[in-house]
Design a protein around this ligand. Structure first.
Ligand SMILES: [Cu+2]
Length: 179
């Protein structure tokens, strides 16, 4: 059944209302932000919402979402960034109450599957940074897939305590903290 025009309008108003409250990030809720998906349009692999945390030291973490929109499985086999000597896919695990990180190795993405790297979870560890990452800067990060090849995205750096991607680059997520 098609929604009536009145219902559609009410729905639009529902969507628009939070945007008024959160004036700083209307694009977040309206989905108007241009996607930073990278790779050629024909690439089956989409890399979205890359971001990294500022770091005073020689290591930092980068986060993003990778989706395999293709019909065949693919594998994320390597990462690199010119700001760091090494970029390694890590997982975070609680071991005896302590958060530990370890290299994850190549990750297989089945058709339709996506992998979200986020604080407290999987991430790309940047080690031996050439200089500390400062909030406001950005850097290129290249992910290499077995089939899709190399995909380079621009990674904006957020402040040290940030828990999510910058608003203009985010997706509407129910319950997402907007601090
Ligand atoms: Cu790590």
């Amino acid at each position: 059944m098609q929604p009536t025009p009145i219902r559609a309008a009410a729905f639009a108003a529902l969507l628009a209302a939070p945007a008024l409250l959160l004036g700083a990030a209307p694009a977040l809720l309206l989905g108007a932000a241009p996607s930073r998906a990278a790779g050629s349009p024909s690439s089956a692999i989409h890399v979205e919402h890359p971001w990294a945390r500022a770091s005073g030291g020689r290591t930092a973490a980068a986060y993003l979402t990778v989706t395999n929109a293709g019909a065949a499985a693919d594998r994320l086999v390597a990462a690199s960034a010119p700001v760091a000597a090494k970029a390694t896919l890590h997982e975070s695990k609680m071991v005896n109450g302590i958060m530990e990180m370890r290299p994850l190795g190549p990750v297989t993405l089945k058709p339709g599957q996506s992998l979200t790297l986020k604080p407290g979870g999987d991430h790309i560890m940047l080690t031996h940074l050439k200089a500390p990452l400062k909030a406001g800067q950005s850097f290129p990060l290249t992910l290499t897939f077995e089939k899709a090849g190399a995909i380079t995205v621009t990674v904006p750096v957020e402040k040290a305590g940030a828990m999510h991607a910058p608003a203009a680059d985010g997706q509407a997520m129910p319950g997402m903290k907007m601090d």
